[in-house]
Design a protein around this ligand. Structure first.
Ligand SMILES: Cc1cc2nc3c(=O)[nH]c(=O)nc-3n(C[C@H](O)[C@H](O)[C@H](O)COP(=O)(O)OP(=O)(O)OC[C@H]3O[C@@H](n4cnc5c(N)ncnc54)[C@H](O)[C@@H]3O)c2cc1C
Ligand code: SF4
Length: 322
């Protein structure tokens, strides 16, 4: 592990003050929550930083109610027994392994770095292919997935919680040196494998909030992964609705692009002319056509795309659509 200085603020004000001071002095840093992603990356010398600010001791970050989930909430505590929405509990139970879920947090999952098999490798491996644009070690290396351009990284967002929170209409509260702001989770992600999201320098995610009607929604999350015991999603599809009300139907996906997203256009096209028995296959096919996986995760993009249709059908049938 490359050496770094660990900061342990005990309040929001102290966290933003440390962040501001580091920015002013030109020092780079990462936020750390459970560390289950960022620290393995550091061990592989993937964009390590000289400073790391932990959010663990900030009381508001550990606060949980039925509607508000602090960013430091452990995935292992997202269970129905704790009053968590059943869809969020289901999605959390499918993330990584039980051991990882005991350290991994909601904020870390939503702010997860994008992934790519040319990038999530050891330093020696990456040196052997002469690096890549996202971690170029100062060489100006090219992107390995879409070569001959050094402007876009198409690394894949492979977090499981995001499509589920999005489908339930969640908002996120972001705190930074310029103050705080609350935005819909659907507006949080940015179609750029390096920038990833709209967090500004020194800003962190404090909490995610569900709307008052979230518990009226039934949902189902379907995930494709290599090993059921712990792998990242290769594709993930969520469907939610207020039982029997087709106009409330929402579908969201993950692990198929640099961002998770809501498939509003495809759902709108079919909801008004829904025909029992025939619409589910048509809508599932429309979702398949709308996703654009690239060749940078464990399974081939064509296969992941085909499975999207199956996952969408299963999710729709699970929530009771006919
Ligand atoms: C073997 C293995 C399997 C995994 N499988 C899955 C899987 O199936 N599904 C899945 O979704 N993930 C998976 N993960 C990834 C990871 O463990 C989880 O996504 C976890 O929830 C990340 O949370 P964390 O608290 O450990 O994040 P950290 O590692 O602490 O942080 C992750 C990133 O988010 C940033 N960050 C953390 N908190 C905040 C915040 N509040 N505000 C702003 N930025 C923040 C950090 O700077 C870092 O860039 C897996 C990891 C491993 C090692
Ligand atoms: S998509 Fe390209 S730039 Fe991004 S991590 Fe992969 S190879 Fe590197």
């Amino acid at each position: 592990m490359p050496p770094f200085i660990l900061h342990h603020p005990v309040s929001i004000a102290e966290a933003t003050q440390i962040a501001s001071e580091l920015i002013e002095s030109g020092e780079d840093f990462d936020w750390v929550a459970g560390g289950t992603d960022v620290l393995p990356n550091y061990k592989w010398r993937i964009n390590p930083k000289p400073h790391v600010i932990s959010l663990a001791k900030i009381p508001e970050a550990n606060h949980v109610t039925q509607y508000e989930i602090g960013c430091m909430t452990k995935l292992s505590s997202l269970t129905e027994e704790n009053g968590v929405h059943p869809l969020i509990a289901e999605a959390a139970s499918k993330i990584a392994s039980s051991l990882i879920r005991k350290s991994a947090t909601v904020g870390g999952n939503l702010c997860l770095d994008t992934r790519c098999f040319w990038y999530n490798q050891s330093e020696d491996w990456r040196r052997s292919i002469d690096w890549c644009h996202k971690a170029d070690c100062g060489t100006g290396a090219d992107c390995r997935v879409i070569p001959n351009q050094n402007t876009l990284c198409v690394a894949t967002y492979q977090g499981d919680l995001a499509p589920n929170f999005m489908a339930l209409g969640a908002t996120v509260t972001l705190i930074g040196p310029q103050g705080d702001r609350t935005i819909p989770l659907t507006e949080f992600y940015q179609l750029d494998g390096m920038k990833k999201n709209v967090l500004q320098p020194g800003e962190f995610m404090l909490k995610v909030t569900l709307p008052q009607d979230a518990y009226e929604y039934d949902g189902s999350y379907q995930k494709l992964r290599l090993r059921e015991s712990w792998d990242f999603p290769e594709a993930g599809i969520t469907a939610v609705w207020k039982k029997g009300d087709y106009s409330s139907l929402k579908i969201a996906s993950t692990a198929l692009e640099s961002i998770p997203k809501i498939h509003g256009e495809q759902v709108d096209e079919f909801v008004e002319k829904w025909e029992k028995g025939s619409t589910i296959p048509l809508l599932s096919e429309a979702i398949r056509r709308s996703v654009k996986p690239v060749n940078n995760t464990a399974l081939p993009p064509n296969y992941r795309r085909s499975v999207v249709r199956v996952l969408a059908k299963r999710a729709l049938k699970n929530i009771g659509c006919e």
